[in-house]
Design a protein around this ligand. Sequence first.
Ligand SMILES: C[S@@+](CC[C@H](N)C(=O)[O-])C[C@H]1O[C@@H](n2cnc3c(N)ncnc32)[C@H](O)[C@@H]1O
Length: 724
Amino acid sequence: MKKKYSDESEIQRDIVKHLNSSNKQTFNFEITPHDFDIIDTILKIFIETKIQGHAPSQLIYAIVKKKKQGCVNFLGLANIDEIRFYKAPSKNKMEKFAKEIDPTFSRSPSGVNNKENNIKAFKLIGKPWRIYTYEGNLDLSKLIKEVLITEENYDYFEKLLKKYNIDPMFYLTYIADILENQLRIRVNSEGRIYNEKTFEPYHNKNIKQGNVIDNLDKYGGYKPIKNIPDKRLFEMLCIKKGSLTKIKQHILQNLSITIKRSKGHFFTKKEISENISKIIKEKVKPDYIIEPYVGAGALIVPFLENYQGVGNDNNSKLIEPLRIEYSEYDWVFTCKHGWKYSTEEYIKLWNISKDKNNLIYFNPPFGTTATNLSVSKKDEIKNGKKSRKIKIDYANLGDTYGRGDLVIPAIGRMIEIIKKIGSGYLAFFCPAGIMFGRIRYYKVLKALLQDFEFIEGHICDGNNFKGVASKKSIAFTIWKYHKNINTDINSLVFKVKDNKFIKLKKMVLLKNGWKYSTGYIKGELAVQRNERFNTPLPKGFYMNISKGGSELIPENVKIDLCIQNVPSELAYGLWSTCVGYRSITNYPNYIDNAYIHLPDFSKQKISEILAYLVIHALISELIRNYCKEKIGFDGLSRKFKFGNKTITNGAKHLIDTYGYCKIGNKTIIEVFNELKEEPNIENINKDYRKLIKKEIEKRLETIGYWDYIPIPKVLGRQKKKKYL
Ligand SMILES: C[S@@+](CC[C@H](N)C(=O)[O-])C[C@H]1O[C@@H](n2cnc3c(N)ncnc32)[C@H](O)[C@@H]1O
């Protein structure tokens, strides 16, 4: 059925077409607009349609009014989501019902369709023979007491659950073993759900998990179900185990991004977990696997069959379905906070023994305490303010492993466990920045390098994980415990896209040479901060920078680049617009989380890039005028200016010296002169900036700018700032 219908005749046509064509049982439904909506005269089925809701009183009244009560087998109540079929009550009962409404039958059938009459009609027709959600085969020869919730029809039932404020995650678990154990759900006269066999009432919280229910009202935290058709439907709902996890995953994916972030709910997609499982089977050959942040089980699925293990998650809504679905495997599921207890407690809880080859394999919750408007998604921004503060419980791990991201204690505890056991492997996904020496995470990296051998590394794009932006880079690494091994960071190699391997390399970073965020002091031309490739703000030259950035002045230079005729502040400024997120050029995803490195400024290709950057900035400024005419052409003589006199001279030097470089079929100097002579930027070729971008990207490739992942020369937070 379609999602929307404007009138009943349209939905009737679709229902007739659907019923007559897609079922094993042969139906001969037709529309009879003047008497009833739809009838199969051979099988004696009378259907009343409404776009929404049900009208049983109208149907029975019409049948009696038209004197058809002796020839009805089934009554049908159809709407956009379902058709409910009922065994027709006896002729006498229908007559009695209709006469009570109007003994003279002077009223029209549609005129008797009201709430009161429908309640009476529902009582008369009793339980449905079959509720058909327009899926699968319809066969009315057998009574079907269940309505199966499937991935396809879930959205419809979700509406029903929401109507009564019932939490789908708990409810689906509650009804998960109905089919297998032949149980029955009942809704009592107060509208409360209970299990007919066990008398277990339904609560919107999982009390089995030890959660307190004091804060729930005594009825279980949902609205009573008084509406008869809904009651009947609840009594028939069930779900197959196989659908349970899939539907739960679907629900989690649709949780608002804010909830997901606060819980670190970003899930690994199937393809990647399958590929990684092959590597683990080959390289680790584990006897026992511990998945401390198991979520919906994506990582463990390839290991269920032939491996033993334990899956943990602090979210009982996720753990319960795993317990049910994977009960036949050699896996245990626990529902505990993943790092706040002592290392010994986890070893006991997860039954980790020293004589096994243990692997702790996980994709931990990620999430920083940062509140940054420019990286917030729409629904995280309330009244123009971002709301992304996450409160993190570091347990006793903050001093050893650092602070500032959920992932830090989440990995820290696992390192502690392996160290305590004295052998075993860690294999985990994490923001790639952890492996690239990002200051916030360096204590985690240091702990790994100190006592673990690096076995394997991959960098994956964020789109392999549900809810992660594709540009984000996620590292997967395998580490083997080896006390005091002191792994050299330069030995870390990562497999990236297209079967390429990338190594880390200590390099001079932009942030080492340039004070990238001093704010606005002297009224000089300024450039946006750009210390990491994923620094979110748009890169360019501005005046009045409020969100970080610094002026092109010698005071902001920490390392003199010694480029002839080009002041270092100009070179740093230009480089800040050249690479990284929302800069002039694109960059390979694997580098997204790294700090920006400096190129070798003595190379001619780099000087050419600087010249391209000047002309790019000039065109951008003539279009946007962000720098209050600090960049452009001055006065009648149209004198070139690029900030103050010193940097203007440097910029002019670059244009003059590397003016031969091509921009399409022109050169830099030709384009420069064109800009100088043509005061109206509208008349300038719109493609110049695209062509410049291409030329710069070509040169970055040629000089091997992307060949290594840059890491700081000295890891960790430095007390002495100038160490070079
Ligand atoms: C990134 S998801 C990974 C799920 C799954 N391993 C996967 O790869 O699809 C992280 C999981 O950690 C769970 N989690 C968040 N905080 C936790 C905590 N403090 N203790 C245990 N689990 C936690 C979340 O419920 C979520 O299922």
